[in-house]
Design a protein around this ligand. Sequence first.
Ligand SMILES: [Zn+2]
Length: 252
Amino acid sequence: MEAEAFVPEGFAMGFFDSVGDFFSDAYDAVRGGVEETWNIFTEAANRLLGLPDLLVCLVGIHPRKKLRLRVLILRDEHGRALMSERDVLPAVELAKDVFDDQCEVDVLAVGDIMIRTLPDSAPVAALEVGCTWDAWWEDFGAAGQYFRDNHASGGFLGYARPVTVFIVREVRGRTGCSLGPLTDYVTVDVAGMANPTAPDGRPRILAHEVAHACGLPHDDDPNNLMEPNGPGTALGIWQECFFRNSRHVTYL
Ligand SMILES: [Zn+2]
């Protein structure tokens, strides 16, 4: 009888792999929790410190501010980009125009290039994501790990932190998702990016999700950017000032 008849080697490796996976999953979940807590803390601190600026905005004084944006296109299991960078442009341009016209905010790239395609295939967990509680739960798992590993860094203690938009294959039951102040990233799916929902024929979902990331909740008016289905792109004075009060929207 040969020794390897006995071989617990495969079992042992499987066992240690499982233990390794468990600790790596636990590490990612903890990292997700720490980052969400940090984001909430810095968001609250920035909003509190920005209170005078908010009040000044509400009386109509709104010097220009900046928002740093990165848009990352995922690749599927076969390495194919889900969209071309050119096809993403109209939605990004709409976001730039809306925030420029209505909030006096310049949307800038992080570094030289705003829209990039990620170099490698994304995990299925990040290609197909949920929203609301699902998105929150997924932020502690493989999807959140992938988004955290790839989202843009920058700013200081949360101030001037860029917002990263991930172009994914599907946001289940929706076309885009944001966890608001909990995360520095939002997701928008290919169907949403192909849907010309704004009156001028450009997709508005990207601007809508970025506005959620900067603290804006939904609104009932179909002319408003924050109405979930559109087609509006308008923002009211409260929305403008609350958007400008986000830690993502800054003077520096
Ligand atoms: Zn929404």
